[in-house]
Design a protein around this ligand. Structure first.
Ligand code: C2E
Ligand code: CA
Ligand code: CA
Length: 407
């Protein structure tokens, strides 16, 4: 892994970090010596220890965003290696998922112990009960995540994971032109677990990579079977969700193409749904990967458009084909003038750039009409159809009557 540690120098007497201020990095002391000072509630300062070469200071800031629990001052001239929270998170991400989560538990517990030993009772800045409560809650969350991650890993191998497909409708013709593939987990004991719960954990633990590979394989196969079953002459598309972890895989495009080519569908029938966040976080890497996907014929859709970053320049930079308007704007269109204007602007912007627009979360005919009037190409939502099994998709298509949108 690339070494991202920055070197810093401090003169004797310099304050390296201050109690109560937010910190986002830890330091490894290369040379020199520091003292750790606690400011008490009566305004006096007490030295609680010193640290020298090869030790680490400020490490709690890479665990969470709570303020510094002590002031650290250089006793001698020092050189330090900085470890940022982001760098730490990135390093952690490249390890085994269980190690990642256990490390988080240990580090959170460590903050808890230190908080009690060094701070509580000494300073008014950190009310004991609140600090302990916060850390216990964090621990419970982490332990729960480890549990879910382990169960999800098992679920991938024992048929508890399934794909559902939500039809996407052409607003002009009222026909089904494609689907969004959505993962479903039916736990043997607990029943349905929402993707809102397990997807973030699968992403955090890295298990999403295995899950995505399975999802794309299953979705391609399903689309092939659906088309065969309904005998459609116009090819439909399948839009599959991907995360930044998937893109970090070196052989991502190769694997994707191998999977598509082994199925009955063509790369032109596959769209990759990604969020703006992914593009902003890994711009160079993402551009190359997305371009390779585009060159192979696949489409790129920006999911939840409008909820992420304000800079729109990336729309020109990346080879994007589809914008998916987030459902929160669609829902608010009737209530807030601002949301209506926003949707109008997104459609206008997208159209000017030659992009396809899909509105998400359409629950009422009035929304569909309004969207069509504004020039939106297509939509998905409970008004048309909920995400459903492959079997139900075939039934639906076999009895599909074009939806009449305009009044
Ligand atoms: P998303 O990609 O924005 O997916 C759309 C979500 O909106 C789905 O939730 C869908 O069931 C829901 N939805 C569709 N129409 C309506 C509607 O009219 N009203 C309302 N209220 N909701 C509607 P779901 O299936 O619970 O998925 C939640 C999120 O989990 C997805 O949001 C996506 O971010 C993630 N996800 C789901 N499946 C996968 C997957 O296979 N891979 C990855 N990486 N993420 C997935
Ligand atoms: Ca999506
Ligand atoms: Ca979405």
């Amino acid at each position: 892994m690339e070494d991202k540690q920055a070197k810093k120098s401090f003169k004797a007497g310099d304050v390296i970090m201050r109690q109560g201020e937010k910190g986002d990095c830890a330091y490894i002391i290369e040379t020199g010596q520091v003292e750790i000072l606690i400011e008490k509630s009566d305004g006096s300062t007490q030295q609680v220890g010193t640290r020298g070469e090869g030790t680490i200071i400020g490490e709690m800031a890479i665990v969470d965003e709570a303020p510094r629990t002590a002031t650290v001052k250089a006793l001698k001239d020092c050189t330090m290696l900085e470890i940022s929270r982001d760098d730490f998170a990135m390093r952690l991400k490249s390890t085994d998922p269980v190690i990642q989560m256990i490390s988080q538990v240990i580090l959170t517990r460590y903050r808890d112990t230190l908080t009690r030993a060094e701070i509580l009772g000494e300073s008014n800045n950190y009310p004991p009960t609140e600090a302990i409560e916060r850390n216990y809650t964090a621990q419970t969350d982490v332990v729960e995540s480890v549990k879910i991650a382990n169960e999800f890993k098992a679920a991938l191998n024992n048929d508890e994971i399934d794909m559902h497909y939500q039809p996407i409708i052409d607003l002009g013709k009222g026909s089904v032109i494609g689907f969004e593939a959505l993962m479903r987990w039916t736990h043997k004991e607990q029943g349905f677990i929402s993707p809102g719960v397990f997807i973030p954990i699968a992403e955090k633990s890295g298990l999403i990579v295995e899950a995505s590979k399975w999802a794309i394989k299953e979705s391609c196969a399903a689309l092939g079977r659906i088309e065969k079953a309904v005998g459609n002459t116009t090819p439909m598309y399948m839009s599959v969700n991907f995360s930044s972890h998937d893109f970090a895989e070196e052989d991502f495009v190769e694997n994707l193409l191998r999977t598509i080519n082994a199925s009955a569908v063509t790369p032109e029938q596959i769209k990759l749904e990604i969020t703006e966040r992914l593009l902003i976080q890994q711009p160079d890497n993402a551009k190359e990967t997305l371009q390779a996907c585009r060159d192979a014929g696949m489409g790129i859709a920006i999911d939840d458009f409008g909820t992420g970053y304000s800079s729109l320049s990336y729309l020109y930079y990346f080879p994007i084909e589809v914008l998916k308007i987030d459902q929160s704007f669609v829902r608010a269109m009737y209530k807030e003038e601002r949301s209506l204007e926003l949707v109008k602007s997104i459609i206008g912007l997208g159209k000017n750039m030659g992009l396809n627009i899909v509105a998400e979360g359409v629950e009422h005919i009035e929304e569909a009409r309004l969207l069509q009037d504004m020039g939106c190409d297509s939509a998905q939502g409970y008004y048309f159809a909920k995400p459903m099994s492959e079997e139900d998709v075939i039934k639906l298509l076999n009895s599909w009557e074009p939806v009449k949108i305009s009044a």
